[in-house]
Design a protein around this ligand. Structure first.
Ligand code: SF4
Length: 237
């Protein structure tokens, strides 16, 4: 049975009643921009045996970045109606049909996104948002997103705080984080997102072994960004 969501999307929190049963029709993988964060990129990169910078160059659009789509707006990983990267699909695909918002103060809410008009997904109320997220394997993605977002807020604060610091940061970000960009690449494309590239440079500088496991890469990536923010004028904890 096909059931569309309500016309006015309610606001949910984790304990609220919600369920969604995917009909595996593949229609929700059309006409979407799937955003990618550092953890999404690492999971997808390892799915293909790649490092994060190479994954970005092969499978992501520069803006966003977003997953690349075909000419008619279908996700490049939709094969014969099924997700070819299901085990490592991005957070946006796991949380769908919900969207998640977190304020700077840490308040988290969810809303239903507009469904595909012919989706075979079924909405219900026989579970909770928290259980839906758990079944989708979202918790490690959410933890990583929140940790990176805290760093983004610190950078944003620093950029806002003072003009000299803002100029300095604006100049340093592409210089420090963009070194993994290939010839002719816009270095901003890989800022913050190429965790393997930044961790590789960090390990070289500190004469450390380069980690491969995703959790270890994330830890060192966050540590590298944290140290860089601490050393940069205007960056506040
Ligand atoms: S990654 Fe998979 S679930 Fe997400 S849009 Fe692409 S095909 Fe669909």
């Amino acid at each position: 049975m096909t059931a569309a969501g309500p016309s006015v999307a309610p606001v949910y929190r984790r304990d609220d009643a919600f369920s969604y049963h995917c009909g595996a029709c593949g229609r929700c993988c059309h006409g979407k921009r799937i955003p990618l964060g550092p953890y999404d990129i690492l999971r997808l990169a390892r799915h293909f045996g790649l490092v994060s910078g190479e994954f970005l160059r092969r499978h992501a659009e520069r803006e966003g970045p977003w997953l690349r789509t075909t000419g008619d707006g279908v996700c490049v990983f939709l094969e014969a109606g099924h997700c070819a990267v299901h085990a490592d699909r991005p957070l946006a695909c796991r949380v769908y049909p919900l969207g998640r918002w977190v304020t700077a103060a840490g308040e988290e809410t969810f809303r239903e996104l507009p469904p595909h008009p012919e989706t075979e997904g079924r909405y219900g109320r026989d579970s909770t948002v928290a259980e839906f997220l758990r079944r989708q394997g979202a918790p490690p993605y959410l933890e990583a997103v929140d940790r990176y977002q805290a760093l983004f807020y610190r950078l944003f604060d620093a950029l806002q705080a003072e003009s000299p610091g803002r100029q300095e940061l604006a100049g340093v970000v592409p210089e420090m984080l963009g070194q993994a960009a290939g010839e002719g690449e816009d270095p901003r494309f890989v800022e913050w997102l190429d965790a393997d590239g930044m961790v590789g440079r960090y390990c070289e500088t500190h004469q450390l072994p380069v980690p491969e496991a995703i959790d270890s890469v994330v830890e060192m990536h966050i540590q590298a960004i944290d140290e860089w923010l601490n050393s940069t004028t205007g960056a506040r904890r």
